[in-house]
Ligand binder design. Structure first.
Ligand code: C2O
Ligand code: CU
Length: 483
């Protein structure tokens, strides 16, 4: 099913990335982005979530039930679809009484008011077992987002506490179908009956601890039926705590139309690296009736098929593939001439250097919200092991000013760096030719330096961290204040 060309392409990607990012001479799509969507009338969308342990099964569990932690009675994460302008009112109940976990919900990528951001101790009290908490906000942007708890995250996300949030209104010309593809692994024991530890010192000190079972929408390499000869929107979310995926489509033309929810000028997809928490919206022209295409991961010794996309029914489109762009993002453009530069370095700590010894010594990991081990640092500071003690901010930003972060990765590992409450305009990298785009999570490759800018237009206390959850929980986390 995977062609020889793709195998070669896959190894090229591994060897240094001919595929990754913007292709050199690929034809650009010609259609300009329509203006930003206007919010519709405010109407309330209600969402009831109860975080609890539930023994449930998914097709990728091979018939076993596992002690998932979920927000609803279903094993699949809830998918919330709402329209731009609507208000999301969420009632969260913490039913994790057996384990005594506290929770909160972070609405990843949503530029919301600070007190709705869901970071325990920093902007709200943790929601203790038996307690409830209400969130209410109007998402300001259209696009593909998700939400997750923000404490003991390796385990809470590892067991399933996530949901998908889609804000509609960005497609002035409807596509022929709109599918959500949620990529994630599960850490399942060999006999299939229990979870493996979600955080290991060895993994935390390197690329992270990978899952043992990969899934797309809860299934291994599922078949997804799409209309034939059609322009189909695929909303791809990497919600894994750890694994980076380099997506590509074999057997169909594909364009990237949005990154982290926000429209970009469509560009041809050859491959695109998605670290944990990153999203990409694709438009693909599906094959004729009966044909199929494959979603693959090139970030592996051999490309891994993730999903089969089977085309069925009468042809919907003719003529060359020139996908309709999404409505432009509503991000205030950074004022680069007046930008305040801030170098931000991501490194290992002294402990990180000796992580192997620590792992060998069997040093205990504390009851997380934050492990005892500090392996990683941002500008030489590690988030303290005790999450309940908020360290001083890494920076205070003046509201309304443009900041240019020079992100420097001095480690040999990848770090998907996430900013709360804002979206970066990605400017440049010393290692890659990147398409112009916005992002709330940027993938810093080993030794890479990247420049990103944003207007500090959202007052409050905002987290800034690596989204490889084990890195986050072992120190690669900071916060800044906008006032
Ligand atoms: Cu999706 Cu602070 O994280
Ligand atoms: Cu990291």
């Amino acid at each position: 099913m995977i062609s020889r060309r793709s195998v070669l392409a896959g190894s090229a990607a591994l060897a240094g990335a001919a595929l990754f990012g913007r292709p050199d001479r690929a034809p650009a799509f010609t259609r300009a982005l329509p203006p930003a969507a206007e919010p519709g009338a405010e109407r309330i969308v209600s969402l009831d979530l109860k975080a609890a342990e539930r023994r449930l099964t998914l097709p990728c569990f091979d018939g076993h039930e596992l002690p998932l932690w979920t927000f609803t009675d279903k094993a699949e994460p809830p998918v919330v679809r709402m329209k731009l302008g609507q208000r999301l009112d969420t009632h969260l109940v913490n039913g994790l009484t057996r384990t005594g976990e506290h929770v909160s919900i972070h609405w990843h990528g949503i530029r919301l008011p600070n007190d709705q951001d869901g970071v325990p101790y920093l902007v709200q009290p943790p929601v203790e077992p038996g307690e409830s908490y209400d969130y209410s906000f109007v998402p300001p942007d259209t696009g593909t987002f998700f939400f997750h708890t923000h404490c003991n995250s390796a385990e809470q996300i590892g067991r399933g506490l996530i949901g998908i949030l889609i804000v509609e209104g960005d497609a002035p010309e409807p596509y022929d179908a709109d599918e959500v593809l949620t990529l994630r692994d599960w850490r399942i024991s060999e006999d299939g009956t229990s979870f493996l530890p979600f955080l290991t010192m060895e993994g935390a000190g390197k690329a992270g601890t990978f899952g043992t079972v990969r899934s797309v929408n809860g299934r291994r390499n599922p078949e997804i039926v799409l209309p034939a000869s059609a322009d189909v929107r695929l909303r791809i979310l990497n919600v894994d705590p750890t694994r980076l995926t380099e997506i590509g489509i074999e057997g169909a033309e594909a364009a990237v139309v949005a990154i982290d929810g926000l429209a970009c000028q469509p560009f041809p997809l050859r491959s695109w690296r998605m670290g944990p928490a990153m999203r990409a919206d694709l438009v693909i022209r599906t094959p004729a009736d009966g044909g199929s295409a494959t979603l693959v991961d090139y970030f592996a010794p051999k490309p891994v098929p993730l999903a089969r996309l089977t085309a069925r029914g009468p042809a919907r489109r003719q003529g060359p593939f020139n996908p309709a762009p999404l409505a432009a993002a509503r991000i205030t453009p950074p004022d680069l001439a007046a930008a305040i530069r801030m170098p931000i370095t991501f490194s290992a700590t002294a402990t990180g250097a000796t992580v192997q010894e620590l792992a060998d010594s069997g040093a205990p990991l504390g009851p997380l919200c934050l492990s005892e081990g500090n392996l990683w640092a941002i500008n030489k500071a590690s988030w303290p092991s005790d999450m309940h003690q908020i360290p001083p901010p890494m920076a205070k930003l003046e509201r309304g000013k443009t900041y240019l972060f020079e992100l420097r990765n001095v480690t040999p590992h990848m770090h998907p760096i996430h900013i709360h409450g804002h979206s970066f305009t990605v400017l440049k990298s010393n290692r890659r030719d990147l398409p112009p785009h916005h992002a709330d999570t940027v993938l810093l490759q080993p030794k890479e330096r990247m420049e990103v800018a944003f207007v500090a237009d959202n007052p409050g206390k905002w987290m800034f961290h690596c989204h490889i959850i084990e890195h986050q929980e072992t120190g690669m986390m900071a916060w800044f204040e906008v006032a």
